[in-house]
Design a protein around this ligand. Structure first.
Ligand SMILES: [Ca+2]
Length: 461
C-alpha cells in the first residue's frame, strides 16, 4: 500500500551503488524499528483502581500501570473529543490546529500537516486503526493500511434493562444493562479485531491504534458489568452542592443540566460499568500482545481523550477546565521502562505523544510539533522537566486558558476572571485562591507562565 518500495526501486536504478546503499540501509532500519500499541479511550476520567478509586474495578488497566509508568498529572489540550484528538494526532495545540469543536475536519486549517499515523506510515510502518481514533469519520486518506470501525447491526446488545436519564434535549444520557456478550457491543468487536491485528505476522514494524468507545455515553455495557455496582453502594459527588461563591461563572458551561438523586446514582453506576467493560477489552488486547511474543519490542500507551464530571461542581459532562474534565489517565509501558509500577507526577500533555513516538521509533519528527517527548520521563519519572500542561476551552467568543504545574491549576477567562487552586490541599477544586495574599507570588508566576504558553501555542510562523 505504501509508496516506499516503488521509490526505492526507482532510486536504485538511477543511482550508482555507493549512493543507493543508504536506501537499503533505510529499508533494513525500518524493518528493525519497534512497534507501538496505542489504546485511546473515549471520555475516560481517572476513576480507575490504579488512580486510587476505591470502587471502580479496572484490573487490566491497573495491571498495565504496574508494568509501566502511570502519569498522575496528564492533561488533554481541550476537553472535547475532536479538538483533543486533533491536537494529539497533529502534535499541535488547539490554538494552532484551529479545531475547537466536533464538526470541523482536523485538516481544515492545516492542509500541510502530517498527522501521526501518516508520519509513521510514510516511514515504513504498517498502520492499523480499530474503533475511534480521530473523531468519527475524520480519518485522513493516507493514515491507515487497515481502518476498521466495527459496530453491531442488531441483536441482544439493543435489549435489556435501561433508561433515558435526562430526556428531551439531553436524551443522549441513557444507560442500558444489555443482554448478550462483549461482542454484541462495538467495544467487544473492536477488541476482537485488535487481537486479530496483533496476532497477524508482518514484515514491517507496526502502529496499532485501538479506540474504545466506552465509557462515552450512552452508557451501554453487557449486564454482567453492572453487577459489581449495586445502586445503594453508589455515593454522591464530593464537596459542597453549591460552590459558586468562590468560582467564576465562566468556569461552568453556559447551560447546565441536573440529575435527581436517583438518576445521579444510576448515571455513575452505568459509567463505572462501562469502565469495567472497557477494561476487560484492554485485557484481551494486552493478552494477545503477550501471546504474540512482541511485547519486548512494543511500546504500549493508554489514555483517555479527556475526563468527565460525575456531578462534581453540579455538572455531568466535560467542556470545563476543572480537573475532572481536563485531567486524563495515561500510562506508558514497554522496554524503556526500567522500573515498572512507578508514578510520574510531572505535568504532561497528550500532544506530547507524537514526539514521544518519534523518539521511540528513531524517526525525525516533522516540523511544527509543539509538545516535548515524554520518553525521558518514561525512562525516569523523576527526570528534570520544565514544562507545565496547557489546556483551553471555548467560552462565548473567547477561550479560557489554564496551566497545570506540579501542584496548582491557574486559569484565566475571557472576561478577566481568574482561578487558582492548590491541589495539595484542595484536589477537588472548591477553594479559589485568586485573592489569597499567601498565594500572590504563585499567582503572578503562573500568570507569566500562562502568557508564555499562550504565545508558544500559536501557530509557528
Ligand atoms: Ca471524548
Amino acid at each position: 500500500m505504501t509508496a516506499a518500495p516503488t521509490i526505492s526501486a526507482r532510486v536504485r536504478l538511477r543511482l550508482p551503488l555507493a549512493l543507493a546503499a543508504p536506501v537499503w540501509r533505510a529499508a533494513a532500519q525500518a524493518a528493525a524499528r519497534p512497534n507501538i500499541l496505542m489504546i485511546a479511550v473515549d471520555d475516560l476520567n481517572t476513576d480507575l483502581g490504579c488512580y486510587g478509586h476505591a470502587q471502580v474495578l479496572s484490573p487490566n488497566v491497573d495491571a498495565l500501570a504496574r508494568r509501566g509508568i502511570r502519569f498522575d498529572r496528564a492533561f488533554c489540550q481541550y476537553p472535547v473529543c475532536n479538538p483533543s484528538r486533533t491536537s494529539l494526532l497533529s502534535g499541535r495545540y488547539p490554538e494552532s490546529t484551529g479545531i475547537l469543536e466536533n464538526t470541523t475536519n482536523p485538516r481544515a486549517h492545516m492542509p500541510d500537516a502530517v498527522f501521526l499515523p501518516e508520519f509513521l506510515r510514510r516511514n515504513g510502518y504498517f498502520t492499523g486503526r480499530v474503533g475511534k481514533i480521530y473523531h468519527d469519520g475524520m480519518d485522513g486518506p493516507n493514515d491507515w493500511d487497515v481502518s476498521l470501525n466495527p459496530r453491531p447491526e442488531a441483536g441482544p446488545g439493543r435489549q435489556g434493562e435501561g433508561r433515558n436519564l435526562t430526556g428531551g434535549k439531553f436524551a443522549f444520557f441513557q444507560w442500558r444493562a444489555a443482554e448478550g456478550g462483549d461482542e454484541d457491543q462495538p467495544d467487544g468487536m473492536i477488541a476482537a479485531e485488535a487481537v486479530r491485528l496483533v496476532e497477524q505476522k508482518r514484515e514491517k514494524p507496526w502502529f496499532l491504534a485501538v479506540g474504545l468507545r466506552k465509557p462515552h455515553d450512552p452508557y451501554i455495557a453487557p449486564k454482567k458489568y453492572f453487577e459489581p455496582y449495586p445502586l445503594d453502594r453508589i455515593a454522591g459527588p464530593p464537596g459542597p452542592a453549591n460552590d459558586e461563591d468562590d468560582i467564576p461563572a465562566a468556569a461552568y458551561p453556559p447551560v447546565r443540566h441536573g440529575l435527581g438523586p436517583l438518576e445521579a446514582r444510576e448515571y455513575k453506576r452505568a459509567y463505572f460499568a462501562c469502565i469495567t467493560f472497557m477494561d476487560a477489552q484492554v485485557g484481551k488486547v494486552m493478552a494477545a500482545l503477550e501471546r504474540s511474543g512482541q511485547a519486548s519490542r512494543t511500546l504500549v500507551v493508554f489514555f483517555g481523550d479527556h475526563g468527565l464530571h460525575l456531578g462534581e461542581h453540579g455538572w455531568w459532562n466535560k467542556v470545563t477546565l476543572f480537573g475532572r474534565s481536563a485531567r486524563v489517565p495515561m500510562m506508558v509501558a514497554g522496554p524503556p521502562v526500567s522500573r515498572p509500577g512507578r508514578v510520574c507526577r510531572r505535568p504532561v500533555e497528550l500532544l506530547s505523544l507524537y514526539p514521544s513516538f518519534a523518539e521511540w521509533t528513531g524517526l525525525r519528527p516533522p516540523a511544527g510539533l509543539q509538545g516535548a517527548s515524554l520518553m525521558p520521563l518514561v525512562r525516569d519519572p523523576d527526570a528534570a522537566w520544565s514544562r507545565a500542561a496547557y489546556t483551553v476551552v471555548t467560552r462565548g467568543k473567547g477561550l479560557g486558558r489554564c496551566l497545570h504545574d506540579e501542584r496548582f491549576r491557574y486559569t484565566e477567562w475571557p472576561g478577566g476572571e481568574v482561578e487558582l487552586y492548590d491541589h495539595d490541599s484542595d484536589p477537588h477544586e472548591y477553594r479559589n485562591l485568586r485573592d489569597d495574599a499567601a498565594y500572590a507570588r504563585v499567582r503572578r508566576e503562573l500568570a507569566n507562565r500562562l502568557r508564555e504558553s499562550t504565545t508558544a501555542a500559536k501557530p509557528a510562523r
